[in-house]
Ligand binder design. Structure first.
Ligand code: ATP
Ligand code: MG
Length: 406
């Protein structure tokens, strides 16, 4: 897979960009606030239909055109696979003057849903905030799993979005019941939403469990290299209920503290098994959910744990240990994506060199030859060896304009 050409119009601080990209390594150098992250954000948006940082799509449209009568932003990519060429095109258009934007996705000039983008162009992005994956919030770790899984399979993406919609509805019902008291058919209503929730939730649980197991295999090996240590890195799935066990009887107080601390490992768990178990746990936890006015268990409460031996790195690891583990699992993602899809993803590194010490930087750079195309941003050329610089396509960015580096 090769991102051959990128076009941006009114995307953040890029008013107009037409950029050819070769295979191999491209390094984009620029001072702070010139457009390094914006460039990679646009590529990820084209790959996934989502921004990693914008709360809403309006943020992506250049400020300079906001007051025009018909403001819009456009991102387009030409992707090559062997002889095949695909054109991905996303336009953000104003939706009826309410300050919001809707997105129009076209693939090879035919209108498509955002979901259809999945698999057209796969990316692995490593950003400065990913360095803090181990110490960051559970939500950040769930997002990390979701972005990888979504790019690997459209059905995961569909299940996740279905799950989120149903969860909102089940929570609305629970809130209602908590405020107004239980009505006669509360049980039947909940049962309806339980079944809908586990329908997609089961797949989300099983796939996350699978990915964590896969990540662990590759990350452990990489970690030994990175740390020069002897202790093996473990990645564990930390769910809010144990999908491999029957729930305690209805209403019984169960402690999830141990589960959240030590995690579980069921690499072969099927979506059907996860579904059945999730349904049983929802039923057993119904009284608690009604009292709380929300759904207390499920994939929306999942977490991912990193361990060295028995030591939980989030709680006990040094900053250096946490960063090494994050780097190892990020690099593992490249290997898994390659295995699953049969082609290496496009590697995007957003100014992470400055976050790492010399040893980890060297390890990170070793992954570049394993992919066919890498786009790396940096504030400083000095992080790269002269050998790497000579072989790279070197660009410079200033105020949203790219040019060949001097
Ligand atoms: P750093 O080294 O600090 O990470 P960067 O080169 O990655 O910097 P970007 O995050 O790409 O910088 O941002 C570049 C500029 O784009 C910033 O000055 C930001 O204010 C600007 N910007 C962000 N959104 C918009 C927008 N919608 N319209 C115009 N400019 C924007
Ligand atoms: Mg940046």
């Amino acid at each position: 897979m090769h991102l051959r050409h990128l076009s941006l119009t009114n995307f953040r601080n890029y008013i107009r960009l037409e950029l050819d990209l070769p295979l191999g390594l491209t390094i984009v150098q620029g001072r702070n606030a010139q457009g390094k992250s914006n460039l990679l954000e646009a590529i990820v948006y084209l790959a996934t239909g989502k921004s990693l940082r914008a709360g809403n799509d309006a943020e992506l449209v250049s400020w300079l055109v906001r007051d025009e009568p018909y403001p819009f932003a456009r991102m387009a990519a030409e992707v090559a696979r062997g002889e095949k060429r695909d054109q991905i095109d996303i336009t953000l258009l104003p939706s009826r003057g309410n300050g919001r934007f809707r997105k129009q996705v076209r693939i090879n000039a035919v209108n498509k849903r955002a979901m259809d983008l999945v698999g057209m162009m796969r990316t692995v992005i490593f950003r400065p905030e990913d360095v803090d994956l181990v110490s960051g919030s559970p939500g950040q770790r769930r997002r990390y799993l979701d972005i990888a899984l979504c790019q690997m399979s459209p059905d995961y993406c569909r299940a996740l979005s279905h799950y989120q919609k149903v969860l909102t509805q089940r929570n609305a019902l629970l809130r209602n019941l908590a405020e107004r008291g239980r009505s006669g058919d509360a049980g039947a209503q909940l049962r309806y939403w339980d079944e809908k929730l586990v329908e997609s939730g089961g797949l989300v649980i099983a796939r996350r469990q699978w990915l964590i197991h896969e990540l662990e295999k590759d990350a452990a090996v990489l970690h030994l290299d990175l740390s020069g240590g002897v202790e093996r890195l473990h990645l564990r799935y930390l769910p809010s209920f144990d999908p491999g066990r029957q729930p305690a009887s209805r209403g019984a107080v169960i402690s999830t503290a141990k589960l959240r601390e030590q995690g579980v490992s069921y690499p072969d768990l099927t979506p059907e098994q996860a579904r059945a178990s999730f349904l049983a746990h929802l039923y057993a936890g119904r009284d608690r959910d009604m009292a709380a006015g929300m759904t207390l268990i499920g994939p929306h409460r999942d977490d991912l744990g990193f361990y060295l031996g028995e030591q939980n790195l989030r709680a006990y690891g040094s900053r250096g240990q946490q960063r090494t583990a994050a780097l190892a699992s990020k690099l593992a993602e490249v290997a898994i994506m390659t295995r699953v899809s049969g082609e290496a993803p496009i590697l995007l590194l957003d100014d992470v060199m400055s976050e790492l010490d010399a040893t980890r930087r060297a390890m990170l750079l070793e992954v570049i030859p394993q992919v066919r195309q890498a786009i790396v941003t940096t504030t400083d050329w000095d992080y790269f060896s002269s050998g790497l610089l000579d072989a790279a396509n070197r660009l410079q960015v200033q105020e949203g304009r790219l040019s060949a580096a001097a």
